[in-house]
Ligand binder design. Structure first.
Ligand SMILES: Cc1cc2nc3c(=O)[nH]c(=O)nc-3n(C[C@H](O)[C@H](O)[C@H](O)COP(=O)(O)OP(=O)(O)OC[C@H]3O[C@@H](n4cnc5c(N)ncnc54)[C@H](O)[C@@H]3O)c2cc1C
Length: 413
């Protein structure tokens, strides 16, 4: 069967769904959202943190610090350190701006999706506390504060007593905390479902269990996609929102393989319990987020294991130990599930958005790594404006694929 759309979105995780929703609000385009859930798709694996500052300073992401103590000390003293995705470090100003603008959209988005579409993604104003156990932690916290003076009004130091008052369940081992006041949380799957259902109600056609297997081109222009289950789709614009699989799709569309690769994260879920945590917590071992239904998510690892989505004893045990160290009461609580997801990692940890040189009718919306839940809102807004060729709310230059050196963008001829 042949189908014709203005826009085809390949990938129906939180990013593709947000693009579909934002584009559908004007109801002037025919849009198809095509998705086949692959094992490890990130959205359903996520913790749902909207940790705009925490993520920007390398803390909200559940980085496990075990490899970084000496690097942290050196960076805090201003020495050059080689950092990688598993060592906490401060991201460039463009990312802060992107994350903060996205974060600011959630209160209104939350209302809008409830009022117009009956979908509640459980936006909760929780804050995020970086729990400090020792001098290393304090040094990194001080380093953060010194690097973001313009955000001082969003930071709060809690001494030992103030932390105990704010979070009675936290261990007496903790010396205090640095709190990021604007960092909140949502339910990640409800967010993706809310975007998707909003898009559907606005007229977007949803094709689930449908694999994009090839891209149609005429000269330099992308003209559609082939799917295994639903035949051919023709379109004016193809949006690549294929998460950790985006490199494959970009290669089919442009002959260039984007440097997006899967970065595995393991995460645990407890059984439901009465409110134990007032806000989200992050430590040098793990993070914890108690959701609106009482379950606590404990995350997460950062592993370079390709498309492997197994859960492994040492990593799960490490997260459990980290969680009990911070919140001793968890030792009596049952784990309900653990799983692994694949973050769509990019070399500089920034998303890859917008057009690519040498290919028309094609836009990237991928590479969101640790923060696709947080940054899905601004991504949807950016893609909406890109499709309509309108001015953007943010400078897109730092996010264009062309920022990568030719060696990272592998042409396949
Ligand atoms: C353990 C863990 C915890 C996280 N915690 C947070 C957090 O607290 N806050 C935050 O902001 N972010 C968090 N993230 C990151 C966040 O989940 C991701 O950045 C985000 O989900 C990426 O969304 P996406 O839509 O790009 O990818 P995905 O959710 O993976 O969606 C891509 C979809 O495209 C489909 N697809 C791919 N190729 C094709 C094809 N050819 N045809 C059809 N379908 C295709 C895939 O199967 C998938 O369904 C976390 C991630 C992990 C793994």
């Amino acid at each position: 069967m042949n189908r014709t759309y203005d826009v085809v979105i390949a990938g129906g995780g939180v990013i593709g769904a947000s693009c579909a929703y934002h584009l559908s609000r004007r109801q002037n385009l025919r849009i198809a959202l095509i998705d086949a859930k692959r094992p490890g798709n990130a959205t359903r694996a996520s913790a749902g943190g909207l940790w705009a500052i925490g993520e920007s300073v390398g803390l909200g992401c559940g980085v496990i610090f075990f490899r970084m103590m000496s690097a942290q000390r050196r960076e805090a003293h201003g020495a050059a350190v080689a950092v990688d995705a598993s060592t906490p470090h401060i991201l460039p100003p463009a990312f802060f701006e992107f994350a903060l603008q996205s974060n600011a959209l959630y209160p209104q988005l939350h209302r809008e999706l409830i009022v117009h579409h009956g979908m509640d993604f459980k936006f909760e104003r929780t804050g995020l506390k970086y729990v400090i156990y020792d001098d290393e932690d304090r040094l990194y916290a001080e380093h953060i504060v010194s690097r973001i003076p313009h955000l001082a009004d969003q930071l709060r130091w809690l001494d030992r007593e103030a932390l105990r008052e704010a979070e009675p369940a936290v261990s007496h081992e903790a010396q205090g905390a640095l709190e990021f006041l604007c960092d909140h949380q949502v339910s990640p799957f409800r967010l993706a479902d809310a975007y998707t259902e909003g898009a559907r109600q606005n007229g977007v056609d949803l094709y689930f269990n449908t694999n994009v297997t090839g891209v149609l081109r005429q000269g330099e222009r992308v003209t559609g996609v082939r799917t295994a289950e639903q035949g051919t789709f023709h379109c004016g614009t193809l949006i690549n929102a294929a998460g950790a699989w985006a490199a494959e799709l970009s290669e089919q569309a442009s002959g260039i393989r984007l440097p997006v690769k899967p970065v595995k994260g393991q995460i645990l879920l407890t059984e439901r319990m009465p409110k134990l945590l007032e806000g989200c917590l992050t430590t040098s071992d793990c993070y914890m987020a108690q959701k609106d239904n009482g379950e606590i998510l404990i995350g997460s690892t950062t592993e370079d294991k390709g498309f492997d989505v197994s859960t492994t004893f040492p990593e799960v045990a490490g997260l459990v130990q980290g969680a009990i160290r911070c919140v001793p009461g968890l030792k009596d609580i049952n784990l309900k599930r653990c799983w692994a997801g694949l973050r769509p990692g990019s070399p500089d940890e920034l998303p890859i958005l917008g057009p690519m040189a040498g290919v028309e009718g094609y836009l990237n919306a991928c590479g969101h790594f640790r923060t696709g839940i947080l940054t899905s809102a601004i991504t949807g807004v950016m893609l909406e404006h890109l499709v309509h060729q309108e001015p953007l709310p943010l400078d897109i230059t730092p996010f264009l694929a062309d920022r990568f050196e030719a060696g990272l963008l592998k042409g396949v001829g």
